[in-house]
Design a protein around this ligand. Structure first.
Ligand SMILES: [Zn+2]
Length: 592
């Protein structure tokens, strides 16, 4: 059973929290991206105390070696300096004299990694994810902490943690601390209440966002959590929004999120929906990952990779649900949702990696999987492919139970049965839930679609809910090479070559710089224009540089595979299709 919120509330009451470890950071000279950290640990009778920086931060499944920001380390107790040594890349071992008192550690942290949402300090703000800024000791990991910030006069500080003062917070343990990042600086703050829960929205940075509209839509969004889960795992939630330059992405935390976007990418309808979709994704994570998560991530081991073959549920199912909440809140129109689903089908069909890697394998390999060309040809993405497999499971559940059971029910069961503070779920647990909900085994389905590459029957899935996949008829079919390229001053530089495409068969590879075709110089995108004059089966002589040496190859182009899919509601959906659509998205079929 889940811990009741009441019990947690009592434990959390500010007056009851007596901090065991005190964290301080001086940010009064932030221009050079540096902060001065001071941590006081309790006295200990042990011979030594190991204190550590995490090697990664939650929500970003890559080793970041966060100890690399530490300089000027020193430690003292009772006014005496203590002996210490580094024993591995992230661990400082402090030798304790007999009857030593409290141990105070000081160091400088360099924080200039805005895009990774781990640590960033500059003259306008600091964003501090504790895992990238503050050290911890395993000995004291479960004990309460307090943190106070010394900041410039005009800065304001926010966090999902309990507030004890303008710039002071407490958390019941290290795990809550690392999952409650701090935004402090020059910012704009909004607060609202929805269903008796408190919400805050903090904007850092100028941009073309409409703060009032954003806050009002976030208010609608947060009211939809109970369309999937029976209750909420928090009483208070904070949205931190960074409108900035050169950074994009977002990270979920226990009762807060940080969302980053280029400052001028909030205003157009597409940009706005993309922002709201991200906000919804992070909000879904408050349950799926923060309240319940795969056993490989429970408890988090901050020192190394935390392997699981279920990241496709953690990320992909979150991506699957994110736009459902927007539809439910009336923020996204059904036609806008269909457009996004159609695009994801296009991307899936154009990705050779879908025949190579399963979502289970992609989950396990996420820590080391590569980006770029390799990812396109030989991998799938836990987000996009995970979302499609989640949809497929949802469609199968609705079909085999005649609309009685949806994938939402599976997630509510995971929420009811597993508390991420104590126990994670395994694939066997998900299969047990599926069997209990539907009365039949899903072992074969899992084997065929999760553990091996899935063959996703989009047409059938759409037909069940009264939708169809349509492709624009092109009167003048274009030919296709199967490469992506950037126009550079030196020519056309290939960035991707799809496995099995004409360019792949001809032997092209990313990095090749194409300078001429059939004896004509490639300038200003002329190749893409001239390309339209060729017909399928024709051969083109292509001249290119590879590592500064000139080469020539023959490219035999083919007809372009069908892309630009669209999804349209059928004119007269049957009663069953209408019912299934409603059970699927919780809104009526557009032609009902
Ligand atoms: Zn996510």
């Amino acid at each position: 059973m889940r811990k009741s919120l009441l019990a947690v509330g009592v434990m959390l009451a500010p007056s009851v929290v007596l901090a065991n470890t005190d964290y301080k950071i001086d940010l009064t000279q932030p221009e050079h991206h540096k902060g001065e950290v001071s941590i006081t640990f309790p006295a200990s009778e042990a011979k030594f105390l190991d204190i550590k920086m995490p090697a990664w931060r939650t929500g970003y499944y890559r080793i970041l070696n966060l100890a690399n920001g530490v300089r000027d380390f020193g430690v003292r107790s009772n006014g005496e300096e203590l002996r210490w040594e580094k024993v591995d890349k992230s661990t400082w071992r402090i030798y304790l004299p007999e009857h030593s008192g409290e141990v105070t550690v000081d160091y400088e942290i360099y924080a200039n990694q805005l895009g990774r949402r781990s640590r960033h300090i500059d003259d306008t703000h600091a964003y501090l994810d504790a895992s990238a800024v503050f050290m911890y000791a395993d000995t004291w990991r479960d004990e309460p902490i307090s943190v106070s910030l010394d900041v410039p006069d005009n800065w304001k500080s926010y966090s999902g943690m309990e507030r004890q003062g303008n710039h002071q917070f407490t958390a019941q343990n290290w795990d809550v601390f690392v999952d409650s990042p701090i935004e402090t600086g020059i910012n704009t703050h909004y607060a609202f209440t929805q269903d008796e829960r408190d919400y805050e929205v903090v904007f850092w940075g100028e941009g073309n966002y409409d703060a009032e509209k954003t806050v009002s839509d976030l208010k609608k969004l947060v009211g939809t959590g109970d369309s999937i889960w029976s209750d909420y795992p928090f009483e208070r939630y904070v949205f931190m929004i960074h409108a900035t330059t050169g950074a994009g992405g977002a990270t979920e935390h226990k009762n807060s999120t940080v969302i980053q976007r280029p400052r001028y990418s909030f205003a157009s309808r597409d940009d706005y929906l993309s922002f709201m979709s991200t906000a919804s994704h992070e909000f879904v994570h408050t349950w799926n990952v923060k309240a319940y998560r795969p056993s490989g991530l429970v408890p988090y081991d901050y020192q190394k990779e935390n392997y699981t073959d279920l990241l496709w549920i953690a990320e992909g199912s979150t991506s699957y649900f994110q736009n459902h909440l927007l539809l439910h809140a009336g923020i996204m129109e059904p036609s806008e949702y269909f457009e996004r689903v159609a695009k994801s089908i296009d991307r899936h069909k154009a990705k050779p990696g879908r025949d190579v890697m399963s979502v289970a394998e992609a989950s396990f390999e996420a820590w080391i999987d590569q980006h770029g060309d390799r990812a396109h040809n030989d991998s799938v993405n836990i987000y996009s492919e995970g979302a499609l497999v989640s949809w497929m499971l949802d469609s199968e559940l609705l079909e085999t139970t005649e609309g009685e059971v949806s994938y939402r029910d599976v997630h509510n069961e995971l929420y009811q049965r597993f508390d991420a503070d104590r126990e994670g779920f395994t694939a066997a647990d998900v299969l047990t839930i599926l069997k209990e909900l539907t009365g039949r085994s899903w072992q074969n389905w899992w084997q065929n679609n999760v553990e091996t590459t899935a063959d996703i029957p989009f047409e059938t899935m759409l037909e069940r809910v009264g939708l169809e996949l349509v492709y624009e008829k092109d009167d003048e079919p274009e030919v296709w090479a199967g490469w992506n390229a950037n126009d550079t001053s030196g020519g056309m530089e290939l960035t991707r070559v799809s496995k099995g495409s004409p360019a792949w068969e001809a032997g092209f590879t990313p990095g090749d710089v194409i300078v001429a075709f059939d004896g004509h110089k490639v300038v200003d995108g002329r190749f893409s224009e001239a390309f339209k004059e060729y017909e399928a089966g024709e051969s083109i002589s292509v001249t290119f540089f590879r590592r500064d040496q000139l080469h020539e190859k023959t490219l035999t182009v083919k007809d372009k595979p069908a892309t630009d899919a669209g999804i349209e509601p059928v004119d007269e959906p049957s009663a069953e299709q209408q019912a299934r659509f409603l059970q699927w998205l919780q809104i009526p079929h557009p032609n009902a």
